[in-house]
Design a binder for this molecule. Structure first.
Ligand SMILES: N[C@@H](CCC(=O)N[C@@H](CS)C(=O)NCC(=O)O)C(=O)O
Length: 259
């Protein structure tokens, strides 16, 4: 059985969950909270850089979302999430790199005041505004590419799967209007036929809202809360996640849309 080290509030692992879903692969999850606790030595043996996602395929360990996605693609080629021709594959990998290398720094700047205890202390109004500008630059690049196209490169591919989670969360962090302003991006993130996209965000949002209720946190923004950076919230997040993972196991983890 495949095992995925993940956490519902961590966005990068969503890529892997989406790919597992698309390929119809059954897997179990290991809820890995790297924010409120020191990483376990056992986890560091899997990834000394202490990042999720990590995939364990019957003892073969792969870290890094892009390596995991490519591994799954080679091992389970159907349905294909990579194009068949060389140039299109290179183009898909370019998008995967853009999303992986350049989006997270922009996201962290924008999120810093919302996630105290990370880089919130050094955040300034200028750095937050810069984060927004950088995110908007990604959206402009996506917009240009998506005009007249359904997917980023030919058919649905790992390029879409790598970028979509980042764009999907924007409406929860006061940036929904930026998607709405880009008429080709909006329908791309809203594709109902790829229910894994919607479900993953739905679950995250649902648990975020519950946290806000339980913690009496400001619900001005659905994600304007310190979800795992204070001990108390982390405890709640963790127990909610356990409940969620348990529920997913009962439903059949390969089908996040099952309920
Ligand atoms: N380059 C890594 C980045 C993964 C990543 O950013 N993981 C975050 C969660 S979304 C993480 O594990 N953070 C742990 C921490 O910051 O302590 C990949 O693509 O897998």
């Amino acid at each position: 059985m495949l095992r995925l080290y993940t956490h519902a509030f961590s966005i990068v692992p969503w890529r892997v969950r989406i790919a597992l879903h698309e390929k119809g692969l059954d897997y179990e999850t290991v809820v890995t909270d790297l924010h409120s606790k020191q990483p376990e030595p056992g986890f560091l043996a899997l990834n000394p850089f202490a990042q999720i996602p990590v995939l364990d395929d019957e003892g073969f360990i792969v870290a890094e979302s892009m390596a995991i996605l490519e591994y799954l693609e080679e091992k389970h080629p159907e349905p294909a999430l990579m194009p068949s021709d060389l140039e299109s594959r290179a183009t898909v990998r370019k998008w995967m790199c853009w999303g992986t290398d350049y989006w997270p720094p922009a996201w962290k700047k924008w999120m810093a005041p919302r996630l105290p205890g990370t880089s919130g202390d050094s955040s300034t109004p200028e750095s937050v505004a810069e984060g927004r500008r950088e995110i908007c630059h990604h959206l402009d690049v996506l917009q240009r590419q998506l005009v007249g196209r359904e997917w980023l490169v030919n058919d649905y591919s790992l390029a879409d799967i790598c970028y979509a989670p980042f764009v999907l969360v924007l409406e929860h962090v006061e940036l929904g209007e930026e998607i709405a302003r880009r008429p080709a991006v909006d329908p791309w993130v809203d594709r109902k036929e790829h229910e894994a996209w919607q479900e993953i965000v739905h679950f995250t949002d649902r648990y975020a809202r519950q946290l806000i209720r339980d913690q009496g946190m400001n619900n001005h923004l659905s994600w304007d809360f310190d979800h795992s950076y204070t001990r108390n919230a982390a405890m709640v997040a963790h127990s909610l996640m356990e409940e969620y993972e348990e529920h997913m196991r009962a439903q059949g983890a390969a089908d996040p849309a099952a309920h």
